[in-house]
Design a protein around this ligand. Structure first.
Ligand code: ATP
Length: 295
């Protein structure tokens, strides 16, 4: 890690007094989740006779969580498949509403997901224009930013080809470059960066640092621990819809990696659970008292 990318002090983890609850009084945070939980209700698709009512199944994706994120933070989110990472970012982006609690953000977050809508039949160039317009950029800002987007995506020479001819890495790079062009105050990136090569990762890191330095807040979901360590200054680990750890990306990724390693070993499931719980038990209960965002 470079010097300026030090870990943000986390109000959630405590070495000394883990049982002491902490009340956060928030002054102009970027994103706050206050007592937020999310349970999806899904209709069972079983092969049943038509006259029988389908059962509604509840999936508890996120248990009650209290989190606050500041301007200038880049937050990595790690966790196993199905642990609730995307649900958390969808809640932050406002694309799903929580079952309980409140989500507040100081400006409209831009969610850049793996499936962010770009049109496969259109060229890269047309998609840049479309994507930028969708994010509300004026024609003059699109013109101004066009070459920067192409450069960040590393797609010089490919912009007039239809996007369906791009590799998944190329599409992901273009999506990221378009979303970053809007210079959103809150940017959420879901996995899109994993496919990039070393050069792209370096350009991306700089871009994300730039957004952060302008008092932005960047969220990054990734299964790549090196990406989390390279690109974030705070990391949270979620498991089974619960917060396990919140703090320095180096420490969180080491702890999480050990957990997945233990899970992969035969007969070590209990050790894995104990390892996870040892971190979960160190979390300080947090109450959010004042939510004072600009929005
Ligand atoms: N739209 C939905 N309807 C019903 N259940 C859902 C929906 N989206 C997610 N879930 C469920 O919520 C839980 C958390 O899913 P989520 O996508 O948030 O996990 P994730 O950590 O992002 O997983 P991955 O790493 O595989 O992307 C899972 O059990 C999943 O099946």
């Amino acid at each position: 890690m470079t010097e300026e990318r030090v870990a943000a002090p986390s109000p959630y983890m405590s070495e000394t007094d883990a049982t002491q609850p902490r009340t956060l009084r928030l002054d102009d945070p970027a994103v706050v989740l206050k007592d937020v939980s999310m349970t999806y209700r899904v209709r069972e698709e079983a092969d049943k006779p038509w006259w029988k009512k389908p059962k509604v199944i509840e999936v508890e994706a996120l248990k009650t969580i209290n989190l606050a994120f500041s301007h200038g933070e880049s937050i990595g989110i790690v966790g196993r498949n199905g642990s609730g990472k995307s649900t958390l970012t969808k809640l932050i982006a406002g694309s799903v509403l929580p079952t309980s609690g409140q989500v507040r953000a100081s400006s409209v977050p831009v969610l850049l997901g793996v499936n962010a809508a770009l049109v496969q039949q259109l060229s890269g160039r047309q998609n840049v224009i479309l994507g930028c317009r969708a994010m509300g950029l004026s024609e003059s800002r699109i013109k101004e930013n066009y070459s920067k987007i192409v450069e960040l995506a590393g797609l010089e020479g490919f912009m007039d080809l239809p996007m369906r001819t791009y590799s998944s890495g190329m599409s992901a790079r273009l999506r990221f470059a378009i979303a970053a062009a809007a210079e959103p105050e809150i940017l959420i990136v879901d996995e899109a960066l994993n496919t990039g090569d070393a050069q792209f990762r370096e350009r991306t890191r700089k871009r994300m640092d730039g957004l952060r330095e302008n008092a932005g807040c960047v969220f990054l979901i990734s299964h790549s621990m090196s990406t989390i360590r390279e690109m974030t200054n705070r990391a949270i680990w979620i498991d089974k819809g619960e917060l396990v750890m919140d703090g320095d990306p180096e420490e969180v990724t080491v702890a999480y990696r050990r957990y997945t390693w233990l899970l992969g070993k035969e007969g070590r499931q209990q050790d894995a659970a104990d390892h996870r719980d040892s971190f979960k038990n160190r979390l300080r209960p947090v109450t959010i008292e004042e939510v004072n965002t600009r929005r």
